[in-house]
Design a protein. Structure first.
Length: 197
């Protein structure tokens, strides 16, 4: 079976991609970055999510010859002029400190009545030798308090449109149907169907 490298050491993200692959019947053995022996930090210095996803793919170009998939995603808030944006994971300073990032957003949003926000995901990679770049967006709003403790990142303070629960209150299956990553993945599935026998 061919392998698909997910350029991430985030177990939640790799699990989510594996689930999406299985649900859609895409036969690939999913491999995370930690299983490749690649141990260098990848500097994500792009100005857009798409640029950062491509930077990750290019960093593994010489090491990995099979299919490869990288994503970059983040939280964009209308009242904050699109912030946290590409620095979503390190918005409060320390990379991956979800509690601090959420606290900073809630503090900055205290006086705002316009609470519109969206998650955006950009996928980039190589599939059967073809290079691709695809995105997905889910719109919703910023909650005033944390609701739920599932998921990761800003999930506890984001409620998608036409929903009554935050991402953090949903099962992985429910979130996958609505999420920015799920939408980007579905767009990608549509693209790769032409290469599947």
């Amino acid at each position: 079976m061919r392998k698909l490298l997910i350029v991430s050491s985030n177990d939640h993200k790799v699990e989510e991609f594996q689930h999406l692959m299985n649900v859609n019947g895409i036969r690939r053995e999913v491999v995370s970055l930690r299983n490749t022996g690649f141990d260098r930090d990848i500097e994500e210095n792009g100005s857009t999510f798409e640029e950062n996803a491509r930077i990750k793919v290019n960093a593994l170009h010489s090491l990995w010859k099979e299919d490869i998939l990288a994503d970059d995603s983040g939280f964009e808030i209308k009242a904050l002029d699109g912030k946290p944006g590409v620095i979503s994971a390190r918005y409060a300073g320390e990379h991956g400190n979800h509690t601090a990032n959420i606290a900073k957003v809630l503090h900055e949003m205290e006086s705002h009545t316009d609470r519109r926000a969206q998650f955006r995901c950009a996928l980039a990679g190589r599939w059967n030798g073809q290079v691709f770049s695809i995105d997905g967006i889910v719109k919703g709003h910023v909650l005033r308090t944390v609701q739920g403790w599932g998921g990761f990142g800003y999930d506890p303070i984001f409620m998608p449109e036409n929903c009554s629960r935050s991402f953090a209150q949903m099962s992985l299956e429910e979130k996958s149907l609505l999420s920015h990553r799920g939408k980007a993945f579905q767009n990608w599935i549509s693209w790769i169907r032409r290469f599947e026998v």
